[in-house]
Each structure stands twice: as C-alpha cells, then as structure tokens.
Design a protein around this ligand. Structure first.
Ligand SMILES: NC(=O)c1ccc[n+]([C@@H]2O[C@H](COP(=O)([O-])OP(=O)(O)OC[C@H]3O[C@@H](n4cnc5c(N)ncnc54)[C@H](O)[C@@H]3O)[C@@H](O)[C@H]2O)c1
Length: 459
C-alpha cells in the first residue's frame, strides 16, 4: 500500500471531516501533535461543584477544545452546554446522558471526570479502554480495590493521567515538600494531616430529608450506578453525597487526596504507604441520621523508618493542612499560600496590608514560601505551569503529569485504611508492596464493595 505523506493525510482528513459535516477540529490522536488545528479534544463529565471549575481552566487553554459534555441530570447538562458553547460562540459541543457513548467517540482525546466517588472507577476504566487520557478527580476511587483497578487500566492502555490534587501545582506546597525531601528539617519523625470535620451543606439541602420521587430531570438509577440502590432523599444526592458512605467517604476521603497527597510528596511515599493504621478516635452521627459519615476522627498511620502520620479532623492540636516534623525543625503548608517553618533561615517574610482592600490598613508581615537556591535545594520537585496546563502538556509529550494515577492511588490509600480501621475498630497491618491487609479477613472484605447489577468492575 502506498504511504500517504503526513501533511497530505492531515489535509485529507480535515477536508473529509468538513465535507461530511463534522466539526473541523481534528483530534490530536488522529493527527498527532502537529495537527493543523493543534487542538486536544476533550469531553467533560459531571457538571456539579468541580466540573465547571475544571472546565473553566480548560476553556482558557488555546490548544484544548471541549467537544462533549455528559451529565445524568438534564438541568446540569444544559448549564454545561450553555457555558461551553457560549464560550466558543457556536453549538459544536454535544450533550450526552450515557458516559459510554462519550467514551466510544473516536474523535475525543481526553476526558475530565468530576463525578461522585461511586462513578470514578467505571468511567475511568471505560475511558482508558477507549484510549482517552484522563483528568480525574480525587480521591482516586471509593475503595482501594477500585483504585487498584483504575491503576491497572491506565497502565495497561498507556494513558496519561492527572489527578485533581491541584495543590501539587502551587508553590508553597511544593517548596514545603522540597524542604523536607532535602533533609532541611532533619530526619522526619512525625507528619500531621489536618482535614475538616463535620458535614458542610454544599447543596443547601440539609433539611430535605424525606423520601420523595427523584426530580424529572435526574436519572437517579444511573446516578446511583454501581452503588447500593436506596430511596431518593434530596440531601444525600447532589454535592452532599459525600456525607453518605454508600456514595462517598465523608470529610476523611474528601480531603485525604489533598493534604495526605502533599504529605506523601515530602515523605517520598508516592509509590508506597503505611505498614500499620490505628484508629484513635471517631465520632459517628446517630444511626437514624441520613448523613452517616464520621464527623470527628483521628487515626495514626505508621510508616517504615519510624515515621508516624496523624490524620485528623476536628482535633485542635492538628491544624488543617500538612505539617512535617523532623529532628531539626518543622514545616507547615496549607491552602491560601500558607507556609510556615521553624527555621528562620527558611522563612521569608513579606509585608502585606492587613485588609487588602483598605490601603490605609495596618502593614503586617506574613510568611511566604521562600525562593531557595540550588545550594540549599539539591533535589527539586516537579513544578508545573498550572495543574490543567500540565495535563495538556503531558498529553502532548506523553510524559507523566505531576499527579499520575499511581500517586493518586497511594495518596488516598491511608484514608481508606483509616476508614477501615474505624469500621472494624482495631489496628490493621498493611503490606504496601503487595497492597494487602495482613491477617484480618473481615477488614480485608472492606477493601472493596459489592457492585449493583448489571455493573461490573472489570479492567
Ligand atoms: N479537586 C478539588 O478541589 C475538588 C473539589 C470539589 C470536588 N472534587 C471532586 O470532584 C468530584 C465531583 O464532586 P462534586 O462536588 O463536583 O459533585 P456534584 O454532586 O456537585 O457533581 C457531580 C455531577 O456528576 C453528575 N453525575 C453523577 N453520575 C453521573 C454519571 N454516571 N454520568 C454523568 N454524570 C453523572 C451529577 O448529576 C452531578 O451533576 C468528586 O470526586 C469530588 O471529590 C474535587
């Protein structure tokens, strides 16, 4: 067969696509990175709290084109299409109800998944099987078994994966982790992973606690998917599903993929994990409450080498964020650029007005992550130009992102193990190489969950 030169092939596909009425954006997977349009095509799935935020970032990137949106709630889907087509000033982005139809589209290179945790595994695996690169939200999945299945699928199909653990793309978190990795606080002894407590009413539905019919716009059966079918109660569906163990994992699993992710970065634990997890304290809501996830909790994860990580929500001695404590000092980081360090030489103070909006307000000094030279930081960690940009760059270069799938898996695993230790109310031993609970059949059963028929977890 005569080979067609790449440039003619591109022109041919471009012209043919236009002739048969397809949008003329040619996916990078068909044409390679030198495609005339130069666009990476994307589908966005889930238009709730996080989907719109991720989409806004991808809409700003000139080499990305969102061509499909999917949601099982018609009202949410309509908002997605209005936003995306409004931004591009055309009607090219198509709407879908069933994610399998999106994944089957050969002209889509990438997917952004912002779905409740019960859907992470099935959608990610379907995407990987269909050759899509994936921007997927944290925690990697609802159970460790599902996480292992996602890792396997992504590796098997050679996909690029970026996790929504965007803190890795912020300077203060990276510099904190670099200080620890470069031994500047001495031998690491303790790590604090401070997470929120209680339940936040994200959807304003906390008082909607009666059983009703699902609203006409929502395909509730599909929304429940592989989880256990239960009556429709508004306060445990959109956004507030995280307070129901059937779908999510409470504050612990909502946040573990952020602050434990950063803790592991400093500990160099992206491919490993604890060897033992001890439940220290847990407050559960009354059995009659619709929201059934822990409201206050504390667990200790022991790592090889004698490091103890405390994971806690609602305990005043463990501040929200990540704190590493070594033999010679400590470093603390949190959202909003928060950075503090026991060592004055590693701390950079900047002057700021107490009230940003009032030019006359008092000037205060606040700590900021310092720019440390190569003489101090010999091991530099992965710095990105932005989390979403990093994903697109890696889709083109085929290099790992700053939070590849293996990292997401290991970052969330201590949270899953802590939850299991609360449920069985005893210490559990974990083999981080074989990824198995040692000598505890009942605890091991909690590594996965039954799938509601006809859904099956298959890689
Ligand atoms: N990275 C972050 O900072 C951050 C912040 C918030 C949420 N998240 C994560 O984002 C994910 C989504 O959380 P959220 O708060 O946006 O949830 P949400 O309930 O607000 O939105 C989820 C959307 O997915 C839709 N959906 C459910 N099942 C679907 C299916 N099978 N196919 C298509 N659409 C489906 C729902 O109808 C809803 O519109 C979670 O994993 C969460 O942990 C990350």
């Amino acid at each position: 067969m005569k080979r067609i030169p790449a440039s003619s092939r591109r022109q041919f596909i471009g012209r043919t696509a236009a002739a048969i009425g397809f949008p003329t954006i040619i996916p990078a997977s068909v044409l390679g990175q030198n495609a005339p349009s130069g666009k990476i095509t994307m589908a966005v799935l889930g238009w709730g709290m996080m989907g719109p935020g991720n989409t806004a970032k991808f809409l700003q990137e000139q080499d990305c084109r969102i061509v499909a949106a999917c949601d099982v709630d018609k009202k949410h889907l309509e908002k997605a299409l209005n936003t995306i087509n409004g931004a591009y000033k055309n009607q090219d982005c198509k709407g879908y109800h069933d994610y399998r139809e999106v994944m089957a589209r050969k002209d889509i290179d990438t997917v952004m998944l912002a779905l409740p945790d019960n859907w992470h595994a099935l959608t990610a695996i379907e995407a990987a099987k269909n050759g899509k690169d994936i921007y997927g939200e944290k925690p990697l999945a609802r159970t460790i078994t599902e996480q292992q299945a996602i890792v396997k699928a992504v590796q098997k199909h050679g996909r690029i994966w970026q996790t929504g653990s965007w803190q890795r793309s912020e300077d203060n978190f990276r510099i904190g982790a670099e200080i620890v990795r470069n031994g500047l606080i001495g031998k690491l002894k303790e790590v604090h992973v401070g997470l929120p407590a209680g339940h936040s009413d994200f959807a304003g539905s906390k008082d909607k606690r009666s059983v009703t019919q699902p609203p006409a716009e929502l395909d509730y059966d599909m929304w429940i998917g592989p989880a256990t079918m239960q009556d429709y109660i508004e306060c445990r569906v959109h956004k507030n599903w995280r307070w129901d163990y059937n779908i999510g994992g409470g504050q612990l699993l909502d946040w573990i993929g952020h602050h434990c992710d950063i803790a592991h970065w400093g500990m160099d634990m992206d491919r490993s994990g604890p060897v033992e997890v001890n439940p220290i304290q847990v407050d559960m809501p009354p059995r009659t409450d619709i929201w059934n996830t822990a409201t206050r909790y504390r667990a200790e994860a022991k790592y090889a080498g004698g490091i103890t990580m405390t994971i806690a929500g609602g305990h005043n001695d463990i501040q929200m964020g990540t704190k590493w404590i070594g033999a010679d000092g400590w470093v603390y980081v949190n959202r909003g650029g928060a950075y503090d360090c026991s060592n004055p030489a590693l701390k950079q103070m900047v002057k700021k007005r107490k009230n940003d909006k009032d030019p006359k307000s008092e000037v205060i000094e606040v700590a900021k992550a310092p720019k440390l030279g190569d003489d101090v930081i010999k091991t530099r960690l992965y710095a990105t130009p932005g989390h979403h940009r990093n994903f697109l760059d890696c889709v083109k270069s085929r290099q790992p992102t700053v939070t590849p799938v293996e990292t997401a898996h290991h970052s969330a695993t201590p949270g899953h193990l802590a939850l299991i230790s609360f449920l069985v109310n005893r210490s559990i031993k974990w083999d981080p190489v074989k990824e198995e609970i040692i000598g505890d059949a009942d605890a091991s059963k909690l590594l996965g969950r039954e799938y509601r028929s006809p859904w099956k977890l298959e890689v």
